[in-house]
Design a protein around this ligand. Structure first.
Ligand SMILES: Cc1cc2nc3c(=O)[nH]c(=O)nc-3n(C[C@H](O)[C@H](O)[C@H](O)COP(=O)(O)OP(=O)(O)OC[C@H]3O[C@@H](n4cnc5c(N)ncnc54)[C@H](O)[C@@H]3O)c2cc1C
Length: 481
C-alpha cells in the first residue's frame, strides 16, 4: 500500500437516507443512549447520597454535641472529613471493581477515570482528618499537638493500625499520581502496591468502630457503614475474582496457535466452550491471563480483534513491553483466564444514522471487531486507518475485505505526523488539506469511534469537538490503563 491517504470504496457509495429514515434511526438509537444516561445519572445520584449520608447520619446521631469550643469545632471537622474520605475510598473500590452495571452505564475506562479523580480529594480529606482530630484533641486536653499525635498513634492497636493505613494510602496515591514516581514502577509492581489499598482500608476499620462513638452499636450509622463496606469489598470479590473464575472454568479457553501478524504483533487464537455465553460485542475487550510459568502473574486488557464465535476467540497483541513479548511465545494448549467482556465501545452506543471509525496502529483491533459486529447498510460506514509506517498496518488486509463485504468506505493514511504540529494525521494528509470533515463527509450525522493510543486519540477528539461533533456521539477506547 503506497503512502499518503488511499481510498477503498464500496461500489454503492454513501447511502443517502430520507429525513424520515434519519429520524427513525435516531429515535431508536437515542432510546438506547437515554437508558445509559439514566443509569449514569443514577450512579451520580447514589454517589452524592452516599457522601451526604456519611455526614448526615453522624450529625443525626449527635456528632456535633461536643462543638462548644474551638477544640470541639476542630475535632468535629476532623471527624467529618474522615467520614467523607472513607466514603470516597469505598466508592473508589466499587468503581475499580468492574461491576457490570457500572461498565454498561459508563464503561470501565470512565469508571477508572472517576476512581482516579477521587484519589486526591480522598487523600486530602484523610490527611485533614488525621491533622484536625489530633489538633482538636490537643486543644481540648490541652496538649502539644505533636505529643498528642504520638499519644494517639500509640494509644490503642486500632489507632496505631489507622496511622499505618494512612501511611500506606499516602504511598499509593504518590505512586499513582506523581508521574515521575509512577514511571519508575513496572505495571505489575505498581499494581501490587495498589492492591495494598484494600488492606489499608480494612486495617482502618477497627479505629472507626472503637474510637469515639461514631459507629456505635445499634445505630443506623453502623448499619450504613457496614453495608457500604460489604458492598465495596463484596463487589470487588464478586466481580474481580468470583465471576472471572466462573467464566474461566465455564469456557475453558485454550490457546490454539499464535500467529505472527507483524514483526511486533501476534494474533492469539483460542478455542473454548459456549463462547456465545460470553456475550462479547465487537469493540469490547477483556482482561486475559495466560497460565504458563512465565506469564501467569500478569493479566492484560486486550480487545477482541474479531467477534468470538461459539468456540473461537482471537485477540491481537502488539509486543509493546516485557509482558506482551512473553505472550508472543505462548504455546498451543496454554490455559487462559478471561475477565469481561468490558467496555461500551460497541454498536449499541450509536445514536446517529452513520458510523465513522478512526483507528491507529494496534487500535485497529477494537475497530475491526466493531465494524464486523455493527448492523450496517452499504454506504453507512466510513473508516480511516492510521499507521506511522507500514510495519504498523496490523490486520489492514482484513479490514479491506470487511469494508468491501459491508459496503463501507475506507481511507488508509500512512506516514509520520508533521513535526511541531499537533495533529493525528500524516504529513501528506495535512499537506493535501484533508481534515476530519473532508475525510468523513457525513460526520455530523455520524457516531465517531476512535481507537488507539491515548495522546493520539485525544487529538482526533479535539478535531471532532472543534467541528461541533457532540460529546455523546464520540466514543473512544484508549489503549492504556
Ligand atoms: C481497553 C484496552 C484495550 C486494549 N486492547 C489492546 C489490543 O487489542 N492489542 C494490544 O496490543 N494492546 C491492547 N491494549 C494495551 C495493552 O493492554 C498493553 O499494551 C499491555 O498491557 C502492555 O503490557 P506490557 O507488559 O507489554 O507492557 P509494559 O511495558 O508493562 O507496559 C506498557 C504500558 O502498558 C500499560 N500496561 C501494562 N500492563 C498493563 C495491564 N495489565 N493493564 C493495563 N495496562 C497495562 C502500562 O501502563 C504501560 O503504560 C489495550 C489496553 C486497554 C486499556
Amino acid at each position: 500500500m503506497r503512502d499518503g491517504p488511499r481510498r477503498v470504496s464500496s461500489k454503492t457509495g454513501p447511502i443517502i437516507l430520507t429525513r424520515k429514515e434519519v429520524e427513525l434511526v435516531e429515535w431508536r438509537r437515542t432510546a438506547n443512549r437515554r437508558r445509559r444516561e439514566r443509569a449514569a445519572d443514577l450512579l451520580v445520584a447514589l454517589f452524592w447520597i452516599s457522601v451526604s449520608a456519611a455526614v448526615a447520619l453522624w450529625i443525626a446521631a449527635g456528632g456535633l454535641r461536643h462543638v462548644g469550643d474551638a477544640g470541639g469545632v476542630v475535632l468535629a471537622v476532623g471527624i467529618a472529613s474522615g467520614l467523607v474520605a472513607t466514603d470516597l475510598l469505598l466508592v473508589m473500590l466499587i468503581l475499580a471493581a468492574r461491576v457490570p452495571f457500572i461498565d454498561r452505564a459508563i464503561g470501565q475506562d470512565k469508571a477508572i477515570a472517576h476512581h482516579r479523580r477521587l484519589g486526591r480529594p480522598a487523600m486530602v480529606l484523610l490527611l485533614a482528618h488525621a491533622v484536625l482530630v489530633t489538633t482538636g484533641y490537643a486543644l481540648i486536653e490541652p496538649a502539644d499537638p505533636l505529643a498528642e499525635a504520638v499519644r494517639l498513634a500509640t494509644a490503642t492497636p486500632a489507632l496505631a493500625a489507622a496511622y499505618a493505613a494512612l501511611a500506606v494510602l499516602i504511598v499509593i496515591v504518590i505512586t499513582s499520581t506523581v508521574r515521575a514516581v509512577r514511571r519508575r514502577f513496572a505495571y505489575e509492581a505498581w499494581y501490587l502496591i495498589h492492591l495494598l489499598a484494600y488492606l489499608a482500608v480494612l486495617v482502618a476499620v477497627p479505629h472507626q468502630l472503637e474510637e469515639g462513638d461514631v459507629l456505635a452499636l445499634g445505630t443506623p450509622e453502623r448499619v450504613y457503614w457496614i453495608g457500604l463496606y460489604v458492598l465495596a469489598f463484596g463487589s470487588a470479590i464478586l466481580c474481580r475474582i468470583v465471576l472471572p473464575t466462573v467464566k474461566t472454568l465455564r469456557h475453558g479457553l485454550r490457546v490454539t496457535w499464535v500467529e505472527q501478524v507483524a514483526p511486533d504483533a501476534v494474533s492469539i487464537h483460542m478455542v473454548g466452550r459456549n463462547l456465545g455465553a460470553l456475550r462479547a460485542s465487537g469493540g469490547q475487550y477483556a482482561t486475559w491471563r495466560f497460565w504458563t510459568w512465565r506469564t501467569w502473574w500478569h493479566a492484560h486488557p486486550v480487545s477482541f480483534s474479531s467477534v468470538p464465535t461459539g468456540s473461537i476467540a482471537r485477540i491481537t497483541v502488539r509486543t509493546l513491553g516485557a509482558g506482551t513479548r512473553r505472550l508472543a511465545r505462548l504455546r498451543p494448549g496454554t490455559f487462559v483466564s478471561v475477565a469481561g467482556p468490558y467496555g461500551v465501545f460497541t454498536d449499541r452506543a450509536r445514536s446517529a444514522p452513520y458510523l465513522a471509525i478512526v483507528a491507529a496502529g494496534i487500535g485497529i483491533t477494537g475497530a475491526r471487531s466493531l465494524l464486523e459486529d455493527s448492523s450496517l447498510r452499504p454506504g453507512e460506514a466510513f473508516v480511516v486507518l492510521r499507521a506511522s509506517d507500514e510495519r504498523q498496518r496490523y490486520l489492514w488486509a482484513e479490514v479491506v475485505d470487511l469494508v468491501r463485504e459491508r459496503g463501507a468506505t475506507l481511507i488508509t493514511m500512512t506516514g509520520h505526523r508533521p513535526k511541531g504540529r499537533p495533529t493525528w494525521m500524516s504529513a501528506s494528509a495535512v499537506e493535501s488539506g484533508l481534515n476530519l470533515a473532508t475525510l468523513f463527509p457525513l460526520l455530523h450525522q455520524s457516531d465517531l469511534y476512535v481507537c488507539g493510543a491515548p495522546a493520539w486519540a485525544d487529538l482526533v477528539i479535539q478535531d471532532a469537538r472543534r467541528l461541533g461533533v457532540p460529546r455523546e456521539r464520540i466514543h473512544v477506547e484508549r489503549f492504556e490503563a
